[in-house]
Design a protein around this ligand. Structure first.
Ligand code: T46
Length: 137
């Protein structure tokens, strides 16, 4: 795994009726949630994301269907498949991310530790590379 990205497996409370997952803030995920959003109805062949955040921490969960997440941090790239509601991907600040290969039925839930702030986005890849290479020197 690359630094600043980690996979989380949530415990499933299952019985003969089906399954239930509880996410307790500061226990199952390492922050309190200030914002929740979800991405769905993504058209085939579309990529989303293509940015990094300066400070924001988020956990991504495919509640339904599947999606691949590409993460990049200091010249290291890794791909993660989210294909189950018990799998979460924690992405911290300064990680470039791209979400692609959305299945038709994908509902991607995102839990964030901050309110929406466009100033926290780095949408230019060259700027991201220059900021992260400065950090390692
Ligand atoms: C991220 C990935 C995983 C809001 O008004 N409030 C919000 O909380 C968010 C997240 C977005 N928006 C608006 C801003 C844009 O006009 O919704 C529109 C689409 O947002 P964006 O193009 O940033 O969506 P994605 O799917 O490229 O990225 C989103 C998040 O923005 C981002 O933080 O990490 O999902």
């Amino acid at each position: 795994m690359i630094a600043k990205v980690s996979q989380i497996y949530f415990p499933v409370h299952g019985d003969q009726r089906g399954s239930l997952i509880a996410i307790e803030h500061n226990i199952d995920i390492p922050f309190s949630v200030l914002r929740t959003y979800y991405i769905y109805g993504t058209k085939q062949g579309i990529s989303r994301g293509l940015h990094a955040h300066k400070r924001l921490k988020q956990v991504l969960i495919a509640l339904s269907g599947s999606v691949t997440i590409l993460c990049e941090y200091i010249k290291k790239k890794e791909y993660y498949l989210l294909d189950s509601p018990n799998k979460g991907l924690l992405i911290e600040g300064m990680v470039w991310r791209e979400m692609y290969n959305f299945s038709k039925n994908c509902v991607l839930l995102v839990l964030a530790n901050e309110h929406y702030d466009e100033q926290d986005y780095i949408r230019n890849y060259e700027e991201f590379i220059s900021m992260t290479s400065r950090n390692v020197q």
